[in-house]
Design a protein around this ligand. Structure first.
Ligand code: SF4
Length: 484
């Protein structure tokens, strides 16, 4: 079967390298496939997409996959999340289609912003097998209903097959296309996949694509979430999997070193969401750090309350990412977070007391979270600034922020409660709708279709009065002091 394998720039980030490499190798190993093309539009048409390319290149810092650097350059003096938005522009659709010469197309969709392409390609009578990261977050029905809302017809959607779950090297995608039915698979032979990663033919197909100043290998040893209750989260449906369970420390070191070599880096990010003490990971990290690799963990406020974990981070990490989210108890409760402000302060004190001073710390902060009122929005950022300054006063030299907008995904449970409502009001629009319109104007990008599912949202306070986006209430100097 002739297939086109369509890739997007974010598939090529080292961030997705394991999943991307397994998918690539899966396609190569399946002799029933003849891969006609392997397209990457960002690289191929850089001259056409100069604006988008520029934004992409400036969007990252060493720490963040979103957009602190872009924030610094913004003529609006405000902070907006850019990552993932560029693919939502439909400017590419026709060019992509013109390059497709097969009836069957396999697409790994990195985010919801890829949907406009899918919608366009479905109008061309192509058979599309759609997998990827994003499909963990939404059900088959939701993805189909998003496309319907964008204008796909029932007949067009009959040509869409959605793959949901984990892909192993031997998952038969050919059979899934022939069967023409959505497919779900939460089982995969990770031991086999891991063992084979070091021999993959990745680089024979294309070169690793680097965005941002510093390349970095993103690795996941655990996936899924044991808590699963945060009201804004779209990942909580993914099953908990321990990839590292089936592989020896030695194999892990060899595989990861081989992948690092391919993406030309000695920095490794554990993108697990919650790395805590684990004997095997400890052994792995000690060997890797000894060999000159840098390690980043994503952890949590609660993990850092434990002396065992702090010792583990001291011995095994160079960077720590953890979610403050907000410092406001009213807000944290609405979002169903485990932590309260007191927990954040307690953790901060323990970190200051016991953590190595040269560990680089990245705090995740949520923008446009539900809030009691305007004053609590302002107070929240001053409290975060105090936390940052406390670290500096106590000898830490590298504190960064990774910001996320609450309104980044359609259909999350939080949007159905009383703290947001649908509506259009330029002045009060929160999050993405505002961003989309600004970016559209700035760069002549078309977000019409993505806007159909990213419904315009307004945030309300406890008395049902409209609240503007957080940054509208903050002094720009405060924003700069905090985030830039
Ligand atoms: S945001 Fe909450 S529910 Fe989602 S993965 Fe993190 S801890 Fe789990």
């Amino acid at each position: 079967m002739d297939i086109t394998f369509l890739t997007f720039p974010t598939n090529r980030l080292s961030m997705n390298s394991i999943a991307y490499r397994i998918l690539k190798e899966n396609l190569i190993l399946n002799k029933k496939f003849n891969i006609k093309q392997n397209l990457n539009y960002f690289q191929k048409y850089t001259d056409i997409f100069e604006n988008e390319y520029k934004i992409f290149q400036h969007k990252t810092t060493d720490y963040s996959t979103n957009t602190i650097k872009y924030l610094a350059n913004s003529p609006y003096g405000k902070s907006y999340l850019v990552s993932r938005l560029i693919p939502a522009s439909e400017t590419y659709s026709k060019i992509i289609y013109d390059d497709i010469k097969t009836e069957n197309v396999i697409i790994s969709m990195p985010s919801i912003y890829t949907l406009p392409y899918i919608k366009f390609l479905l109008t061309k009578n192509l058979k599309i097998l759609l997998g990827g990261h994003f499909n963990f977050s939404y059900s088959f029905e939701q993805i189909r209903s998003f496309l319907t809302e964008m204008g796909s017809t029932e007949k067009e959607l009959n040509n869409l097959i959605i793959f949901k779950g984990y892909l192993g090297l031997e998952t038969d995608l050919h059979e899934i296309i022939i069967n023409n039915k959505d497919y779900i698979s939460y089982e995969s032979d990770y031991k086999h996949s891991w063992e084979n990663l070091s021999t993959l033919t990745y680089e024979t197909i294309d070169e690793p694509f680097q965005i941002g100043s510093t390349n970095c290998l993103y690795v996941v040893f655990y996936s899924g979430c044991k808590y699963g209750k945060c009201a804004y989260c779209v990942w909580k449906n993914s099953t908990y999997t321990n990839f590292a369970e089936f592989i020896s420390v030695e194999e892990m070191c060899n595989n990861i070193k081989s992948m690092c070599e391919k993406v030309n880096t000695k920095r490794i990010k554990f993108y697990d969401g919650d790395v805590k003490y684990d004997k095997k990971i400890e052994q792995f990290c000690k060997i890797m750090r000894n060999d000159g690799y840098e390690i980043l963990f994503i952890s949590s406020i609660f993990n850092l309350k434990s002396a065992t974990n702090i010792k583990f981070y001291n011995e095994c990490s160079d960077y720590l990412v953890l979610g403050i989210d907000t410092t406001d108890d009213y807000s944290l409760k609405i979002m169903n977070k485990m932590q309260k402000y007191a927990d954040i302060l307690d953790t901060k004190n323990k970190m200051i007391l016991s953590l190595r001073k040269d560990i680089k710390i990245v705090f995740i902060v949520l923008i446009d979270a539900p809030m009691r009122n305007k004053q609590s929005i302002i107070d929240n950022y001053y409290k975060i600034l105090n936390i940052k300054n406390d670290f500096f006063k106590n000898g830490f030299s590298d504190i960064q922020f990774n910001i996320f907008f609450m309104t980044n995904f359609p259909d999350i449970p939080l949007m159905n409660n009383n703290h947001y409502k649908l509506g259009v009001n330029e002045e009060y629009q929160v999050g993405n709708s505002n961003l989309c319109s600004i970016l559209s104007k700035q760069n002549n990008l078309d977000y019409t279709n993505i806007n159909k599912i990213m419904k315009p949202l307004l945030r309300v306070d406890e008395n049902n009065n409209l609240l503007k986006s957080d940054f509208e209430y903050l002094d720009y100097n405060l924003i700069k002091e905090l985030f830039i």
